[in-house]
Design a protein around this ligand. Structure first.
Ligand code: FAD
Ligand code: NAG
Ligand code: NAG
Ligand code: NAG
Ligand code: NAG
Ligand code: NAG
Ligand code: NAG
Length: 630
């Protein structure tokens, strides 16, 4: 056995789902440990496919050090390496394991060994039915960062989301960077008018997901069309509005993360140095406020590594904020509390904005024959084999998640039960509907999937599991696209290996609850359409202690505050204008830049990965322009 397969085994022993008896994940794990995936041609185990991790030693000097191999960090580091720079990319996690490649397995990655799985501080206004009233923050901890564990939805948001009232930050300025990395494989399936909005020759393959064989794909689209939602073949083109089968970060039945795109390019692999399983613990800033390098922890060793040109923080909206504060960049009084010398007094960690949703369960498919656990397991094994052999079938889909809808709920007429879209503001969505399918009986086969995935208290869990034994569910959620509430990140300890304090502070502003309820009302109409009625669909109105009765006024606002779920898109903790300037330089510090989710001043009206990769692309241009090759 090669070293690398041993690494995989160790990885899987830590995976929480491996502990779940007879869960789908266990089957996959068993197949992998049996070496069968490799025998069947799975390329995950082939030497050379992965970066083995480069040797680093105390005192090493590079041109650039990039911290975090996620959405933005992989792009920055790869571009700098391609431009001939001597670059070290530092990543706290290791290789993304094989499950990350299977689109339908995305849900099993939450709370796994690849997830930082941060706890957050309760605000008593949201996530009230979650364990400890805490919402969880999932963040990828491996090469590819969150793009290795996310749901792969490819939406860019709205053009207006990128006008930051800052020199050089309008849609026109950033659009070329969205295009630069896009390799749209399926342009021929889009209308001709879409062509100017896409590129077919970038680094990151974008394609449709495989077919899940689920008849609800079409029914979701048809039911929204019957409420006068337009079908929108391309939410990344002229208009965002309507219901769509969207493209994803996927190709040939596999996930496309920034690890298996940017970091897998042959030319990048030759040139880029990567330190895996190495956690950055701070930026070395000298007495003249110049960033000189970073300190890292690798195993039980502490190393100091230096950058001739610049240090780039791409550790994500949580990691970057924490590293800045540990290094003396942040709110003065807060840093003093922890005895950290202040280098630059900036509002790091403030004004965090994030997408948030109320989780709604629509009961469907009662009439399905009751399958035994064994039969369900059997069909899953067949699906896995199909995926291994042909990279197709349900495992290559992400369930119903490739259907999405964008709508301005103020442009929906609740009396007429129709979207009217009768004024220009209707082009700016306030809500995004996202969907997932929960198979009947999955709760008894893989209880942890529901348990950890939702992390709800006993009362709710009990109702979900009980219903799940009788019917399948479609999870429909109306995401608040422009939340008014703001959260924050602060240090909880001066120990860099301890997680920071995170307050998402969801639903602090009542208007966010109002927006959720407007979305829920549209979903009620959707479930009321003849199409849904024909299949005997109904909303699961759970009894919630502390809320009005299920048919009473005030039930939905209260429900939304209880069944709140983070969409994991937090941005803004080192925002453009406040913390970094228009060239992403940290104010008051030389040779230190930030490129990741934390620089977006507020969350765009769509899924965030596409925008954050573009930020990484743009930062690489800034760096190359500012330091010509000598
Ligand atoms: C469960 C989930 C589902 C999502 N679904 C979608 C979706 O369908 N579509 C979409 O567009 N977006 C989705 N997102 C959001 C999207 O993936 C993120 O917004 C995006 O990846 C953020 O990019 P980033 O570069 O800021 O951070 P990340 O991609 O999270 O990368 C940060 C990297 O830095 C590393 N790091 C952190 N601290 C340190 C340290 N101290 N030292 C060394 N390394 C460190 C981390 O391990 C990680 O690899 C989802 C996110 C999650 C968590
Ligand atoms: C939430 O309620 C708990 C218990 O009542 C209290 O200790 C805590 O301070 C409250 N938090 C906020 C943010 O109000
Ligand atoms: C844009 O920025 C300028 C200068 O910082 C400021 O005066 C103005 O109020 C801002 N406009 C908006 C709409 O935020
Ligand atoms: C498409 O991608 C290629 C490769 O990155 C790039 O050279 C080209 O400029 C891109 N096209 C557009 C329109 O951005
Ligand atoms: C550091 O780790 C190595 C290998 O895990 C171990 O042999 C060594 O004793 C450790 N050193 C200290 C000081 O803990
Ligand atoms: C229809 O749904 C109800 C619950 O809403 C359920 O009790 C009933 O068995 C279902 N009937 C059929 C035919 O599926
Ligand atoms: C909805 O449509 C009805 C009938 O055309 C109209 O009277 C009403 O004002 C509309 N409601 C809103 C909020 O636009």
């Amino acid at each position: 056995m090669t070293t690398i397969s041993l690494e995989y085994e160790a990885e899987f022993r830590h995976c929480e789902y491996a502990k779940v008896n007879s869960s789908v994940a266990t089957v996959v794990v068993a197949l992998i440990l049996g070496g069968q995936l490799r025998d069947l041609g799975f390329d995950g185990g082939r030497p050379g496919f992965l970066h083995f991790g480069d040797k680093i030693s105390d005192g090493d000097v590079y041109d650039y050090i990039v911290v975090g191999a996620g959405a933005a960090g992989s792009a920055v580091a790869a571009r700098l390496a391609l431009a001939g720079r001597h670059v070290l990319l530092i990543e706290a996690g290791g290789d993304p394991h094989l499950l990350t490649k299977i689109p339908s397995a995305a849900i099993t990655l939450t709370a796994s060994s690849l997830d930082w799985y941060y706890d957050t501080i309760p605000n008593n206004k949201s996530c009230l039915s979650s364990v400890g009233k805490r919402c969880h923050f999932s963040r990828g901890r491996c090469l590819g960062g969150s793009t290795s564990i996310n749901y792969m939805m490819y939406t860019r948001g709205n053009r207006q989301d990128y006008d930051f009232n800052l020199t050089g930050w309008t849609w026109k300025d950033i659009e070329p960077y969205f295009l630069r990395y896009e390799r749209l494989v399926s342009l021929k399936h889009l209308p001709k008018s879409s062509a100017p909005y896409h590129n077919t020759s970038g680094v990151v393959s974008i394609d449709y997901f495989g077919d899940s064989n689920n008849p609800w794909h079409k029914r979701l689209i048809d039911s929204l069309e019957s409420l006068n939602f337009p079908y929108n073949p391309d939410v990344n083109a002229q208009s965002q509005i309507g219901v769509s089968r969207i493209l994803g970060f996927t190709h040939r039945g596999e996930r496309m993360s920034t690890a298996n795109t940017y970091l897998e390019m042959k030319s990048v692999k030759r040139k880029l140095r990567i330190a895996k399983n190495t956690q950055c613990t701070g930026v070395i800033i000298d007495e003249n406020n110049v960033a000189r390098g970073v300190t890292v922890q690798r195993g039980n060793k502490t190393l100091r590594l230096y950058a001739k040109h610049e240090v780039v923080l791409s550790a994500g909206s949580i990691g970057t904020a924490q590293l800045l504060m540990l290094s003396g960049v942040g709110p003065k009084d807060h840093l003093k509390e922890f005895g950290i010398p202040v280098k630059s007094d900036l509002s790091v960690g403030d004004d965090m904005s994030d997408h948030v949703l109320p989780l709604l369960f629509i009961k469907v498919d009662y009439d399905q024959r009751p399958f035994s656990d064994f039969a369900v397991l059997g069909s899953k094994i067949l699906e896995i084999l199909q995926w291994i052999m042909t990279r197709s079938g349900p495992m290559s889909s992400n369930g119903l998640t490739d259907i999405t809808a964008f709508v301005n709920t103020n442009c929906y007429n609740y009396t007429l039960r129709r979207l009217v879209n009768d004024r220009p503001e209707c082009e700016l969505p306030t809500a995004q509907f996202i969907y997932a399918y929960l198979n009947k009986g999955v709760g008894s086969i893989a209880p942890n999937l529901i348990n950890l995935g939702l992390s709800k208290d006993k009362d709710i869990l009990q109702q979900v599991l009980s219903e799940n034994s009788k019917s399948a569910s479609i999870l429909i959620s109306s995401v608040v696209l422009q939340p008014k509430s703001r959260g924050w990140v602060r240090l909880a300890s001066s120990d860099p290996l301890k997680p920071p304090a995170i307050s998402p502070n969801y639903l602090d502003d009542e208007r966010d609850v109002d927006e959720m309820v407007r979305g829920i009302k549209i979903i009620e109409h959707m479930v009321d359409t003849p199409l849904f009625k024909k299949y005997n669909a109904s909303i699961h109105r759970m009894k919630i202690s502390g809320c009005p009765g299920v048919d009473e006024d005030g039930y939905w606002p209260c429900y939304a505050r209880h069944l709140t779920l983070s969409v994991q898109h937090a941005v803004g903790t080192a925002a453009l204008g406040r913390v970094v300037d228009e060239r992403l330089r940290v104010k008051g510090i030389k040779n230190l830049r930030v490129g990741d989710a934390s620089v977006l001043p507020y969350v765009p009206r769509g899924n965030t990965a596409a925008a954050i990769i573009a930020i990484g692309e743009r930062l690489s241009d800034f760096l190359i322009q500012d330091h010509g090759l000598e």
